[in-house]
Design a protein around this ligand. Structure first.
Ligand code: HEC
Length: 137
């Protein structure tokens, strides 16, 4: 009886693994196809392949981000990150950028506060598109 249970459990795990692999590959290919050159990784439940609207993002930026990052994206005298002076900040993958904005970050005590409870997923994508368009190079 015990052996039967173990064999059944093993087969179940194998079946789940096999079907899991198949699904993941198919979904990955679909997402990569739909997103073109964009990174299609996911951050939690957020689909990072979906682009944002920079015009809507400008509204979000001037409401929430400008106080620390400055209207010119230069970090407002060292309060927030300087996007213009350090262009690599905005060149990270969508997944990394969206995670930073959603969950915040702590760079040796320099705190980027989490925005996930303040902004919707779409607003985060919008504001990311805006800062890349406006301050990326
Ligand atoms: C209370 C101040 C504050 C606010 C508000 C704020 N930030 Fe930040 N942000 C920071 C600080 C500080 C850092 C870390 C800077 C560093 O790494 O030196 C940071 C880092 C970042 C980074 C990461 C840069 C990197 O090097 O990876 C991004 C992207 C970012 N902020 C975007 C935003 C966006 C978009 C908003 C508005 C939705 C926002 N921030 C609002 C202070 C703020």
């Amino acid at each position: 009886m015990r052996e039967t249970l173990i064999i059944c459990a093993s087969l179940l795990v194998l079946a789940v693994c096999l079907s899991g692999d198949g699904t993941a590959t198919a979904a990955g290919m679909d997402a990569a196809g739909a997103a073109g050159a964009e990174t299609a990784a996911a951050v939690g439940d957020i689909d990072t392949s979906m682009p944002g609207d920079p015009a809507a993002g400008e509204v979000v930026y001037s409401r929430v981000c400008f106080a620390c990052h400055g209207t010119d994206g230069r970090g407002n005298g060292g309060i927030g990150g300087d996007f213009v002076g350090d262009p690599e900040r905005l060149q990270q993958d969508n997944a990394v950028m969206i995670a930073t904005i959603t969950y915040g970050s702590d760079n040796e005590g320099r705190i980027m506060p989490a925005q996930g409870s303040v902004l919707s997923e779409q607003e985060i994508k919008d504001v990311l598109s805006y800062i890349r368009r406006e301050f990326g190079q």
